[in-house]
Design a protein around this ligand. Structure first.
Ligand SMILES: [Zn+2]
Length: 211
């Protein structure tokens, strides 16, 4: 649980941004209340802090500062509680890396990774896993990153209801479609599906500290 960067100020999100599966909305403006979130996040059922991070897709001048402040507070909360971060970073990998580098010990996953190999390598060096969505089933931009990333540093996800994988493009995405993402990771890394599936499942359990 956490405060998503787009909710730190009032911001409008339309289908251009969300894709055909998303409904347009205006986010509420919320301030990250550390003590309130700490109380909630202390519950053992809370596995991670997030999605939190930076989203500069539609950057308004005063929003970056608010996003950064709330992101840093959530990194501190994750460190205090010993829980991983689930990062949502859009068009802001450089700044997010700078913030994380200054806070050693923070760990977690970069959800919906959509950066370059250089950025990927920097997150991996900090010990963050990268997670990939259905995008990898219809765009070839991430093949090299997936090939270069050690299998134990990859997570699979859907980000449903957005970005349904092939062959379900144009439909509402569903959690069960994650199997298409796993299949594609196995194909790109030239691995047996079952070996890849078992490894990715183990990665998800390790991320959430479930043994
Ligand atoms: Zn997200």
């Amino acid at each position: 649980m956490g405060l998503h960067p787009i909710h730190t100020s009032k911001s409008y999100h339309d289908k251009d941004e969300l894709g055909p599966e998303g409904n347009e909305f205006t986010s509420r403006e919320e301030v990250f209340d550390y003590d309130f979130y700490k109380k909630l996040a202390s519950d053992p059922k809370v596995l991670a802090i997030g999605e939190c991070g930076l989203d500069y897709y539609r950057l308004e001048p005063e929003t970056a500062a608010k996003q950064k402040e709330s992101f840093i507070a959530q990194i501190e909360l994750a460190l205090e509680l010993g829980k991983p971060l689930m990062l949502h970073i859009r068009n802001a990998y450089g700044e997010a890396l700078e913030i994380l580098r200054a806070r050693p010990g923070a760990r977690g996953d970069v959800h919906f990774f959509a950066g370059t190999w250089d950025e990927a390598r920097e997150f991996l060096d900090l010990g963050f896993t990268l997670s990939f969505t259905g995008v990898i089933t219809f765009a070839r931009d991430y093949d090299e990153i997936i090939r270069n990333t050690p299998l134990d540093m990859i997570l699979s996800e859907t980000d449903c209801p957005y970005v349904a994988p092939a062959p379900f493009r144009g439909k509402r995405n569903e959690p069960s479609y994650v199997s298409e993402v796993v299949k594609k990771i196995a194909e790109i890394k030239n691995l047996d599906f079952e070996i890849c599936r078992t490894a990715l499942l183990q990665n998800a359990l390790s991320f959430a500290n479930i043994h």
